[in-house]
Design a protein around this ligand. Structure first.
Ligand code: SF4
Length: 368
């Protein structure tokens, strides 16, 4: 085995095919899967919207995963999804590019809204889980890194909500979401997580305020993945109830130190997507000179969290960000990211997480 299950592998960029090949050549995924295994891939197609709107898993990323697995000789691969109540999964498959993907690679699409299901009892809670999910030998969870209006974030743990029938989704909401999400992750064992951190939404599951984060994260423990995702979006893992509940249930362990995060490449500048009105409002606080999208995205998520707490108006200085500030100095502005290291007040990281940006601004700089 070439990688440690308690590690996360992060690659930056905007070319999923290249990124997946580099990631998988590092983690050697083919050595972990039985050649005859039935592999189930669970993207997030909660709604029928293309991935660049921030809600759904990029079909290009899914294609890169399928192409890699096929090239390694795996033949029994299926894509499983049940969109949210009110959306037709078949429509989501079509609009999100998965129908074409299925035809191109001969990979069946399984609509979990139409699947049979059976009950599993975990921690005294009975949960209905779709049979097709229980029928796979190797389960690959491909969530999107994004904010959520009820649970603050949604990533690996919450993506499994697409693996239950609609009646059960309604019941999850009545049960307050957090506990059943944690329990569901005990009922369904995830073998591999590939997070689409290319473009995710600022604060809504259904997209509309896309934020470019330019990264893919690979891990094997959904609690570990989500504890890191929480920090990337500006929260401590303890602020997301279902993460701590899942850890208590023994689903996995939260991130303990930075050494667990293995970054496979440095940042590079990339083209930015247009801002929605809400993102543009937050971007007014940033003086950007050639910032990488990964860094800029962290800053936007940090500003959104400060806005949630009513603290945005207390930012009383310029926030500078980007490679264009390399070698520059200054006393008045606060720099975000290692490129701004010449500024007396700056926040380290390449890129820093949204949580780091918030903590530093709160503790040391403009929000004291
Ligand atoms: S610190 Fe500089 S190089 Fe690093 S992510 Fe930010 S802008 Fe890019």
């Amino acid at each position: 085995m070439n990688c440690d299950a308690q590690k996360l592998y992060v690659i930056y960029g905007d070319n999923p095919d290249e990124m997946i090949n580099k990631l998988f050549s590092k983690v050697k995924i083919e050595e972990r899967i039985d050649k005859n295994a039935r592999i189930g891939i669970k993207p997030n197609l909660v709604v029928a919207k293309p991935a660049d709107l921030g809600a759904t898993t990029s079909e290009k990323l899914c294609e890169a995963v399928i192409a890699y697995l096929k090239a390694q000789g795996f033949t029994d691969i299926v894509i499983l999804e049940g969109s949210w109540i009110g959306e037709s999964t078949a429509r989501a498959f079509s609009v999100c590019g998965y129908t074409q993907l299925s035809e191109k690679y001969g990979v069946p699409l399984i609509d979990l809204q139409r699947d049979a299901y059976s009950s599993v009892t975990v921690d005294g809670i009975e949960i209905a889980v779709c049979d097709a999910v229980r029928g796979v030998d190797y389960f690959i969870n491909m969530p999107v890194l994004k904010g959520h209006c009820q649970t603050k974030i949604t990533c690996a743990l919450k993506n499994l909500k697409g693996c239950i029938p609609n009646s059960e989704k309604r019941r999850f909401h009545r049960l307050g979401l957090h506990k059943p999400i944690a329990v569901l992750n005990k009922a369904i064992k995830t073998d591999l997580i590939i997070v689409d951190g290319l473009v995710g939404d600022l604060n809504f599951e259904e997209g509309g305020n896309p934020v470019q984060m330019d990264r893919i994260i690979v891990g094997f423990d959904p609690v570990l993945v989500d504890s890191y995702a929480a920090e990337l979006l500006g929260y401590s893992p303890e602020e997301i109830e279902y993460i701590t509940m899942a850890e208590e249930l023994g689903v996995g362990k939260c991130l303990e130190n930075k050494e667990q995060v293995v970054e496979l490449n440095p940042q590079k500048h990339s083209k930015k997507i247009p801002h929605s009105r809400e993102v543009a409002q937050l971007a007014r606080y940033l003086d950007d000179l050639d910032a990488c999208s990964a860094c800029y995205g962290s800053a936007i998520h940090a500003l959104a969290r400060l806005d949630d707490q009513g603290l945005l108006d207390r930012i009383n200085t310029k926030l500078v960000i980007g490679q264009g500030y390399q070698g520059m100095t200054g006393d008045s502005a606060v720099g975000i990211g290692s490129c701004t290291g010449g500024f007396t007040r700056h926040i380290k990281g390449c890129p820093p997480t949204a949580k780091t940006i918030i903590d530093k601004l709160m503790e040391q700089f403009v929000l004291k």
